[in-house]
Design a protein around this ligand. Structure first.
Ligand SMILES: NC(=O)C1=CN([C@@H]2O[C@H](COP(=O)(O)OP(=O)(O)OC[C@H]3O[C@@H](n4cnc5c(N)ncnc54)[C@H](O)[C@@H]3O)[C@@H](O)[C@H]2O)C=CC1
Ligand SMILES: O=C(CO)COP(=O)(O)O
Length: 318
């Protein structure tokens, strides 16, 4: 049995993809009304109305039903993950973080938050270019499974791969965490560029210089360059900086157009930009795009001033 915590878009999509292979999957939902609705309708009305549940997908409100088995996938937004997993109690299975970001209060990524919240557990992260809507309807998707322990990583890779969900493995958890977290910040920046009408050339420049920031941070924190250039970094950067389906990109579009954005929508890059800007200021790391996104999101700069600031920085080598 594979357990999944979090019945939002990503948790539900993974549950459907894994259950389609015929194995038992248990999806825990914290909201009683939503759980009953899903159990009755056999689809997730709120997040994925077009993706019916396979027979082997069970919906539960009993959190103890997901604490053992092959793996427990934690698919809740990063800023809520610490409080979410605190409800689990004893866990007898590896925990796989299925989220992207840096915790505002601690500066930690998903794996470190899990290990901090539940000391002694085995952890991994599943991350990479994949919209929930694509996974749920069985479109082909490739992701990175990062686990510090190579043997556990290989076992998780095998358990979580399906005919449409292809997993590559790595032991570089820092690279996988950082790539997934930071590409969302760059997606906000690219959305803002397009929203402000600055064009595709400016977006390509923002993506590329954004990737340079990802590499700069990654090098400092010990990430491997091939991980950052892989699915969890460059791959996800390419998806979210160019697709209207990305919520981070959509927030950027709204910022660029100076429109209001629905605060209920999950946008991991907003808090992550702030967390990373704080780390960068403390450690003297130059992250102009991340800093600009932080200031745009908090409303302390306008898109016009932000562009002027970025374009008039001292000239340098690439
Ligand atoms: N939606 C997508 O296409 C993808 C999302 N992700 C990542 O997955 C993570 C989750 O995002 P989504 O599922 O899209 O968000 P979502 O907004 O669709 O759903 C979030 C779910 O988490 C639940 N939740 C929030 N706080 C909780 C708590 N304290 N305890 C229990 N449950 C809680 C909510 O009730 C909701 O069901 C994010 O880090 C996101 O970056 C990754 C790849 C694709
Ligand atoms: O991470 C994602 C795709 O890989 C989903 O992106 P958004 O959270 O921006 O929608």
């Amino acid at each position: 049995m594979i357990g999944i915590m979090g019945a939002g878009a990503f948790g539900t999509a993974l549950a459907i993809a894994l259950a389609k292979t015929g194995q038992p999957v248990t999806l825990w939902c914290r909201n009683a009304d939503q759980a009953q609705d899903m159990a009755k309708l056999r689809f997730n009305r709120a997040y994925l109305p077009d993706a019916p549940f396979p027979e082997t997908l069970e919906i539960t409100q009993d959190i103890h039903r997901i604490t053992s088995g092959t793996a427990l996938l934690v698919a809740v937004p990063l800023q809520s993950m610490r409080s979410a997993v605190a409800q689990l109690g004893r866990v007898d299975t590896p925990l796989v973080a299925c989220c992207k970001g840096i915790e505002l209060t601690t500066g930690l990524g998903p794996i470190r938050v899990l290990e901090d919240a539940l000391p002694g557990i085995t952890t991994a992260i599943l991350t990479g270019p994949s919209f929930a809507a694509d996974i749920a309807i069985g479109r082909p998707t490739a992701l990175t499974l990062a686990c510090a322990d190579a043997t556990t990583g290989a076992a998780l890779q095998s358990a979580l791969t399906t005919p449409t969900l292809r997993l590559y493995r790595t032991t570089d958890t820092i690279g996988a965490e950082l790539g997934g977290a930071l590409k969302n910040v760059m997606a906000i920046a690219c959305g803002a560029v397009i929203g402000a009408g600055l064009g595709d050339s400016a977006r390509a420049a923002t993506m590329t210089r954004g990737f340079a920031e990802m590499q700069r941070i990654g090098t400092i924190f010990g990430a491997r360059t091939d991980t950052l250039a892989g699915l969890s970094g460059l791959g996800d950067l390419a998806l979210t900086c160019t697709s209207d389906l990305s919520r981070n990109y959509q927030l950027g579009l709204s910022l660029g157009r100076e429109e209001i954005f629905d605060p209920k929508i999950t946008v991991e890059g907003a808090a992550t930009a702030k967390a990373m800007s704080t780390i960068a200021r403390q450690r003297g790391i130059d992250l102009p795009i991340t800093e600009t996104v932080t200031r745009l999101v908090e409303g302390s700069t306008t898109i016009k001033d932000a562009i002027e600031t970025l374009m008039t920085r001292p000239l340098k080598e690439e």
